[in-house]
Design a protein. Sequence first.
Length: 712
Amino acid sequence: MPTVEKLNWLQRISASINYLGSGPQVDMKFLESINSTSLNLLAIGGNNFEGTLPESIGNFSSQLSIMSMEYNRLSGNIPPSIGNLRGLEWLRIDKFTGSIPDTIGNLIKLKRFRAHMNKLTRNIPSTIGKLTELIELSLKGNNLQGSIPPSIRKCQNLLGIDLSQNDLSGIIPSQAFTIFSLSIYFDLSENQLSGSLPEEIGKLNNLAKLDVHGNKLSGKIPSSLGRCTSLVELQMQNNLFEGNISSFLRSLNGLQYLDLSSNNFSGPVLTFLEKFQLQYLNLSFNNFEGEVPSKGVFLNTSATSLKGNDKLCGGMSILDLPSCSTSKGKHGSSISRSVIIIVTCGIVAELIPLVLLMTFYWLRRKKSEAPLETPSIRGFQQVSYEDLVKATDGFSSSNFIGMGGFGSVYKGNLADENKIVAVKVFNLKQRGASKSFTAECEVLKNIRHRNLVKILTACSSVDFQGNEFKALVYEFMENDSLEEWLHPYLAPNGTPRHGLTFVQRLNIAFDVAWAVDYLHHQCQMEVIHCDLKPSNILLDAQMNGHVSDFGLAKIFPNAIGDLPVSQTSSIGLRGTIGYAPPEYGMGSEVSKDGDMYSYGVLLLEIFTGKRPTHDMFKDALNLHDYCAAALPERVAEIADQQLLFCEIEESSIADTLSTKKSISAHAQECFMMIFEIGVACSAELPRERMKISDMVRRLRSLKERVNKMGFR
């Protein structure tokens, strides 16, 4: 960095996401030369800076409100002099060692403190309670020890707390559950916390996610948890909890994700869970007993895990549980049954030759006719070729929806069910199409999620000319694909479309993120999609996003299930140019990081309106670099112009960035958060990309903020 000692009126230093940095001896020297009394922004994240923060950082302007140093190679302690920066509102750091200084409590205006994935040690200082303006506290992935300070109760503006993946111990102070503002997440997972959950937990009645998995918590869950009726996600697995779950679960009917596995819970599996809109339920390795319900989420065996409960019975046959019926007969009746069985077996033995002979003649007759069906596809009830011909009016052009990577898609009406569907017909002359069909069947028969396209049936047959025919039948999506909404000139039949609003785009982006998180971490196998792009995001009547097209997907077994690895197609480069990560082009194996890259590009496209293959992206410039260069001040210049006139209502949230004529300060901040996420996800190096859990959390937080700010 050049010297800045003569820039006495300097207000902003923004050099994020570049290649700055030349070594630990010189990198941080430029900070010592800053003597501006007007500096309010210092953003140098995403570079190669090394070294330690100098004590002189405490001499910065009292007007400094944002300091972001994430994604560098810094080390050493957080200097205690940081407590002098009393105007600081955002503090984001990583790679630091040492402890959090007590002087952190002097930053009384601090709203966001993120220091996750550092190497911080020792205790969380009790002075954290002085940060009464704090709305986000993320200390995930450090080596913090000791107990959670009870003083945290004073932070009554917190929306989210993440203390996961540390070495915290002791009981969870009841004061932590009296932060009534908590509404997005409270994550204490993967620590060494012990004791029971306090009764005060019921005061978090606005909380959406509670995660305490991977601790040493014990005892019964207080019934007061049932008052947390806003919970969408509840993770308590891998603890020592016990007792009946009815007392706290009955009223939590908004749950979508519930994991109570690897505890000591007992009692029946409660039938009221059938009525919940659960997307995932894991009750495995407990002491549950009795009959398993057979409705609701229990019908979806790929989203339900009950193994390790030896006293369960009934349920879906695929669960392979014993029947719940019991034998009540006496010895005499047992003898009678034995006689009946012997006589019956004798009769069956006499009939077997006759049955075999009739079967032989029937098969010969069928073989002489033109067969329309090939062997069944495991996991799906099949539909005939003739049925699909009728449903699509002979695959007429009037029912043509679009062209996919391995075939064509038609709108159809299945007469038997009177249901509008989408029929994907594979072009089997195209290399890899047959493997793509198999891959989609393998993936979609094992996964269920509200933001994944649902497969209804399949056809593997021959057409009327005797040619091999393969097709998949999906739920019909009334609003086509995201591609056609982002780029309206592609709309079918030239039908004009209104542009998507900011809220619609954000909701769709979150829908896709939620689906990808499910594929990577929450279903019975780890699924890498390998082709996330707008044309593979379908929109239903309510404009909810659904991830589709799993023809290039790769399946890996994981800890939840024991499915074998699926050898899906290996057709050249996995994915689509512009969306596929650079490492795939160099022969690297597919990975979750690859999907994150594709998602990052997709997110940037949604909010810029520009494809990664736009003509402007040449001579080493790409969509990632284009957006990174605009952070944080020029986000209004790169945002889709249709979004710059969205109206927002007045909000009490303090402005942190300057107001531009065409866009409010609040909207400016939201755009900055969106582009930060997209840029972090689409980093060139896989190890530098944002993790899916962090991305989902940040998008959820942004959705909460947007709702409060009144975006339309």
